[in-house]
Design a binder for this molecule. Structure first.
Ligand SMILES: Cc1ncc(COP(=O)(O)O)c(C=O)c1O
Length: 371
């Protein structure tokens, strides 16, 4: 049942290293990471671990990044048992490298796996895979404001079987991508399209899991947002089509004129964002009131128009904090504040970014230093 590279509970397998035979030359790498954008520049290696019911987690490797080959009857290609995570490794001013709250991603990955009836990767193995890959690929972390190594852990059902059931085999992998600031030229205020036709998740569904299917389901609404001249879509709840949930890939906050913050509660239909949780904590540290409660599209509109609402912003790992300037629906439109970046939004972005980059005290121990 076990071999030299098989996990027993509590004993993560060592990662075998098989170097890329043709890594990017240093000057090619330097030019790739000079202005990498988001999600297009990949490093030389990836981490992979396999799971089977018979062997548990085994075969942990760091190998050359390259195509994965799948039998056409592989379960994920048919029934979409797939989950992923997103987190960043930052280069600190003192030359060290840190991950931001990676244990939260490890835990959410397990939660997502459980919801999708997939094997649960031990959290220590998740953390080890991220650490080992980043240490191998540290030269791919771009310098400059907003530069980071974005990690994309994911897992797919790799069993070759067309029966509809939880697969008995999985492939877990981690990719690393050099990224720059998400919004070129600094965070500009985005416009949102409120989708009244499409919803993202319903009660009892998979909205709180980070599974690929949620994103597939959101794309038609995102495409509509772009067609309507907006940057991003924001979803309403699936029952009353009234309560604001989240964007396709970001949580949302409302800053009231009295300085308090409101954000939709975690009721199972939105992703429990790590940036969201961090912002709630930072705001409360500052003495601000944060309410996790339902907030309706009608309330948002009337509060924006009356001035009871001062600012709104979206948040997530990729873009950190993104101000919202305008909101539009099928027969309405309204502006948030003066349509630009409000002071509370700017302050939260600055505080969070400073902690992530080791430039400010880290009172909650959110940075995990790996070098
Ligand atoms: C649907 C959705 N909501 C919210 C978030 C923000 O989550 P986090 O702050 O953990 O990146 C993400 C991004 O991961 C997302 O995909």
């Amino acid at each position: 049942m076990s071999d030299a590279n098989t996990s027993a509970a509590g004993f993560p397998p060592a990662f075998t290293f098989e170097p890329n035979a043709a890594p990017a030359a240093p000057d090619a790498r330097a030019s790739l990471i000079e202005d990498p954008g988001f999600g297009r520049v990949f490093t030389d290696h990836m981490a992979t671990i396999r799971y089977s019911e018979a062997r548990g987690w085994h075969d942990a490797r760091i190998v050359a990044r390259g195509p994965l080959s799948f039998d056409p009857a592989t379960a994920v290609l048919h029934y979409a048992q797939e989950i992923f995570e997103g987190l960043k490794a930052y280069r600190l001013d003192d030359g060290g490298i840190a991950l931001f709250r990676p244990e939260q991603n490890a835990r959410r990955f397990r939660d997502s796996a459980r919801r999708m009836a997939m094997a649960e990767l031990p959290e220590e193995l998740f953390l080890q895979s991220c650490r080992e890959l980043v240490l191998r690929e540290r030269d791919w972390i771009p310098g400059g404001e907003g530069g980071a190594l974005y990690l994309r852990p994911f897992m797919v059902a790799s069993e070759v079987f067309l029966g509809v059931k939880p697969a008995s085999e999985y492939l877990y992998a981690v990719l690393a991508s050099s990224v720059g600031a998400y919004w070129k030229g600094g965070a500009r205020a985005v416009s949102l399209w409120v989708s009244h036709d499409y919803t993202r998740a319903g009660a009892g569904g998979t909205g709180a899991a980070k599974c690929g299917g949620n994103y597939a389901a959101s794309l038609v609404a995102q495409a509509e947002a772009v067609r309507r001249g907006c940057d991003q879509v924001v979803f309403l709840d699936a029952v009353e089509r009234r309560w604001i949930e989240e964007l396709g890939g970001m949580n949302i906050f409302f800053v009231m004129a009295d300085g308090s913050l409101v954000t939709p509660a975690l009721t199972g239909t939105i992703l429990p964002g790590i940036t969201r949780a961090s912002i709630i904590q930072l705001a409360r540290d500052e003495g601000l009131t944060v309410r996790e409660e339902a907030y309706s599209i009608d309330q948002w509109r009337s509060d924006a128009e009356s001035g009871a609402l001062a600012e709104s912003f979206a948040c997530g790992t990729a873009a950190v904090v993104t101000p919202i300037g305008k909101v539009a629906g099928p027969d309405y439109g309204f502006r948030i504040g003066d349509g630009g970046t409000g002071p509370v939004t700017a302050r939260i972005l600055a505080r969070l970014s400073a902690i992530q980059r080791g430039r400010a005290p880290d009172p909650h121990g959110w940075l995990t230093r790996i070098a």
